[in-house]
Design a protein around this ligand. Structure first.
Ligand SMILES: NC(=O)c1ccc[n+]([C@@H]2O[C@H](COP(=O)([O-])OP(=O)(O)OC[C@H]3O[C@@H](n4cnc5c(N)ncnc54)[C@H](OP(=O)(O)O)[C@@H]3O)[C@@H](O)[C@H]2O)c1
Length: 291
């Protein structure tokens, strides 16, 4: 699932490299890269988690499933529907993309949703692997507009340490779980090799962009308002971003060595990710006009 997304797309690339036959699922199969449609080991199919018939049709004859779903208030219902369809069609192993601190009493609502889904997965009786990655480096691009137009990162994390991971490393671990019996069946907390605080991220971006970037730290309520009013985020997502940043302040994050242990190489670094993706943080002519 999620073959058009950051992690699912990277997993598809990895499975193609490994020569593993697979089905790439999307609600918009025409959006998948044309080179993928020419790969003999890949079948491209329409599937929508909101449409159980489409799921049952596409799971027929498949043995394993990579389960990922973007965050939304419907996430538990949709992922539950996917697990039910997988059970109905005899899928033998599910690799689920979850989140850190997935626990019933987590202060982060989305982590509680993932905990509920993990419980559904356990109750299904299907063998499963759970991946609990920390913040995706790929989502840092969402800071790009403010970095480009105001020279600023805005948050409510103070200088709290935060784990980041490149989605391509999550995908490589997912591929290992799908192809290696020694990895399948575990629950893995995934991080990069070191933490970064927002002030440090601002310094790093200043160096890479060769222009001063400052970190603006707001109180939690003001940060939530900023996300709703300036970034036009829905309330549930503004709540989520505020909750995870406050959690990082209250419970300092630490890296794990899980990616290196599973893959036999260190995780990709934040420096190299930002260097590859600096365009997302650069001032375009349009961005200059907004200033
Ligand atoms: N962002 C983070 O830092 C972070 C950290 C830890 C954990 N996570 C977890 O990672 C998961 C994935 O998050 P993400 O934001 O990266 O999502 P994403 O992978 O970008 O999700 C988008 C993918 O989901 C597919 N999709 C959306 N709705 C669907 C539906 N109804 N049926 C079938 N496929 C559907 C989309 O495919 P089509 O549009 O092509 O159908 C697309 O490929 C979330 O559950 C999140 O909690 C995220």
């Amino acid at each position: 699932m999620g073959a058009t997304g950051a992690t699912g797309g990277a997993l598809l690339t990895r499975l193609i490299d490994l020569g593993v036959p697979c089905r790439a699922l999307s609600r918009h199969p025409d959006r998948l890269r044309t080179d993928i449609s020419r790969t003999p080991d890949v079948e491209i199919h329409y599937a929508d988690a909101a449409d159980s018939d489409s799921l049952r049709a596409v799971f027929d004859g498949a043995t394993q499933l990579f389960l990922t779903m973007p965050n939304s208030p419907d996430q538990v219902a949709l992922e539950t529907r996917v697990i039910e369809a997988a059970a109905d069609r005899g899928i033998e192993h599910i690799v689920k993309l979850s989140a850190p601190t997935a626990a019933p009493d987590s202060p982060v609502a989305i982590a509680r949703w993932h905990c509920e889904i993990e419980q559904v997965l356990r109750a299904s009786g299907i063998a499963h692997t759970v991946l609990r990655p920390y913040a995706f480096m790929q989502k840092l691009a969402l800071l790009g507009r403010e970095v480009a137009t105001r020279g600023a990162i805005v948050g409510t994390m103070g200088s709290a340490a935060c784990n980041y991971i490149d989605c391509r490393d999550i995908a490589d671990v997912a591929a290992a779980a799908l192809t290696r019996p020694d990895i399948a069946g575990g629950t893995y907390t995934l991080t990069g090799s070191r933490t970064f605080g927002y002030p440090e991220l601002a310094v790093l971006l200043s160096e890479l962009l060769n222009t001063p970037i400052e970190y603006i730290d707001l109180p939690p309520t003001a940060f939530r308002e900023y996300l709703i009013e300036r970034s036009h985020l829905p309330h549930w997502l503004a709540d989520h971003l505020t909750e995870i940043q406050r959690l990082a302040v209250e419970h300092p994050e630490r890296p794990t060595d899980t990616v290196a242990r599973i893959l036999g190489r260190p995780p990709r670094t934040l420096e190299s990710f930002l260097t590859e993706n600096l365009g997302a943080f650069r001032q375009s002519t349009a961005a200059t006009e907004q200033r």
